[in-house]
Design a protein around this ligand. Structure first.
Ligand SMILES: [Zn+2]
Length: 248
């Protein structure tokens, strides 16, 4: 297996050579938020970095330094959770786009490890389209995960398609960094759901004690690896197909 191509270890001359070959890059987007009593704050950042590096190994695309401070709402009142406001986050993406574009990058694949940044990433992506920017974003938020969860997981989701610190996310981190997961502290909690969820927003610490939304106790590295493989396969396929569509 090849090594990932990392911006952080390159010289500027190597960067110039790289851009001549491939005018595109991967930008991992994580978050710094509570992940239950058994997983670290940086879980999403670790996963975003992992996905980006694995995609880089298979596509030869450069991994940019990740954005770890990102936008989030529902979890912001859990002690320790860090975030920036949506405007700041979107502006940072747009500023980065400007700098990268000036150095010859035309496409940046946003590799999300944090689903809560999805809307803000889409918002930045649309702004670039509206500005007719030469550089464009391509948003990848766990492609293929829905089907993989249905196939490999046994617990029910707290809310449809949502996963946080429960079977899905715990399994993924167990596959990547088992040393950071304390399964002896994993719990099962299904907090009460606001009957107007989707219509109104709220802070989840008001109903959830542990920070786990579902069942973390049934997680396993094996399930996690299967989910990761599905997401990676779909991500790589989308990027390769997209790159091919650009040269037509
Ligand atoms: Zn997470």
């Amino acid at each position: 297996m090849k090594n990932p191509i990392l911006y952080s270890t390159m010289t500027w001359l190597e960067f110039v050579d790289y851009v001549k070959q491939k005018p595109c890059a991967l930008l991992p987007i994580g978050s710094e938020e509570q992940h239950g009593p058994h997983m670290p704050m940086s879980t999403d950042s670790i996963m975003a970095q992992y996905f980006a590096e694995e995609i880089s190994k298979q596509t030869g695309i450069l991994v940019l330094p990740r954005i770890s401070y990102s936008t989030l709402f529902s979890l912001r009142r859990f002690p320790g959770t860090l975030y920036v406001e949506e405007e700041t986050f979107v502006q940072q993406l747009l500023d980065l786009a400007k700098a990268l574009s000036s150095h010859g990058i035309d496409y940046v694949y946003l590799i999300l490890g944090h689903h809560g940044a999805m809307n803000s990433c889409k918002s930045a992506e649309r702004k670039l389209v509206a500005q007719n920017s030469k550089l464009r974003f391509f948003v990848l938020a766990f492609p293929g995960i829905k089907e993989a969860i249905q196939e490999h997981c046994t617990s029910k989701r707290w809310i449809k398609d949502l996963f946080h610190a429960e079977e899905v996310e715990t399994s993924m981190l167990l596959a990547v960094r088992p040393d950071l997961v304390h399964m002896d502290k994993a719990v099962c909690e299904y907090p009460e759901i606001n009957p107007f969820y989707g219509n109104v927003s709220g802070y989840w610490n008001e109903t959830c004690k542990s920070g786990v939304f579902g069942d973390a106790t049934v997680a396993s590295a094996e399930k996690g690896q299967k989910i990761i493989n599905a997401v990676l396969k779909q991500s790589v396929r989308l990027i390769i197909d997209h790159q091919a569509s650009l040269v037509k």
